[in-house]
Design a protein around this ligand. Structure first.
Ligand code: DX5
Ligand code: ZN
Length: 217
């Protein structure tokens, strides 16, 4: 299996002590910090924005994976890049026909780019841009909240996208986000995901390091 990276989602962290939370992730063996940016319009929840990313940046050297669940992501890409994002992912549902342009805009700021699809969006919608991406993100819950149940149809999408990535010969990451647990992580990896987002599974665990190790093993 490819090298698997664990990306805890700070959506499930204690926002009042985010610096400490992020440092703890690094100590506990996380590979990436997954930052869920929500605007209350694209999704029915509000989290944080550019300033949080800028402040987190000072607390970790881990890559910051900024998952933008916002309308008009193109308006904010440059500022997230400047704030210290290492990769910015944008939803097909937010960009639609402009997805390719938004991905190119992200690249032009010097950070990695990724396309995201919701559980009810077919792979076909992003097929043409997959090989332009540094990462593809398959949502296995409808975005908005942590702690939801994994939607199994995401596994078929992972297999389909993994085949496209492998055929391309490019080093494109395949990320899964939503409802990942120690119980279902094996089949998720077997389906081709190599970047594993886990929010509640990590933050609700008594032993974060052991949970991260288990997800990675
Ligand atoms: C959902 C977010 C996810 C979420 C995952 O909108 O994009 O990153 O935090 O949380 P869990 O792992 O608890 O499903
Ligand atoms: Zn996310």
């Amino acid at each position: 299996m490819k090298n698997v990276k664990i990306a805890p989602s700070i959506l499930s962290a204690d926002f009042s002590k985010m610096g400490e939370e992020v440092r703890s992730l690094e100590t506990c063996g996380a590979d990436v910090v997954h930052c869920d940016v929500m605007d209350g319009v694209f999704v029915n929840n509000i989290t944080f924005g550019i300033k949080m990313v800028e402040d987190i940046r000072k607390h970790t050297t881990l890559p910051l994976d900024c998952h933008l669940m916002i309308v008009h992501p193109e308006k904010y890409v440059e500022r997230f890049a400047k704030a210290g994002a290492d990769i910015i992912t944008v939803h097909w549902e937010a960009c639609q026909d402009n997805l390719k342009e938004v991905l190119e805009l992200i690249k032009s700021t010097g950070v990695k780019c990724g396309a995201v699809i919701n559980p009810d969006t077919p792979v076909d919608k992003i097929r043409d841009v997959i090989t332009l991406c540094d990462m593809v993100l398959v949502m296995s819950v409808f975005p908005g909240f942590g702690g939801q149940k994994f939607i199994p149809s995401a596994l078929d999408k992972l297999r389909e996208i993994r085949a496209i990535i492998d055929a391309s010969g490019k080093a494109i990451d395949l990320e899964i986000d939503g409802g990942v647990t120690a119980e279902n992580v094996e089949e998720i990896k077997a389906a081709g995901a190599n970047v594993i987002v886990a929010g509640s599974a990590v933050f609700k665990a008594e032993d974060r390091a052991a949970t991260i190790a288990k997800l990675k093993a």
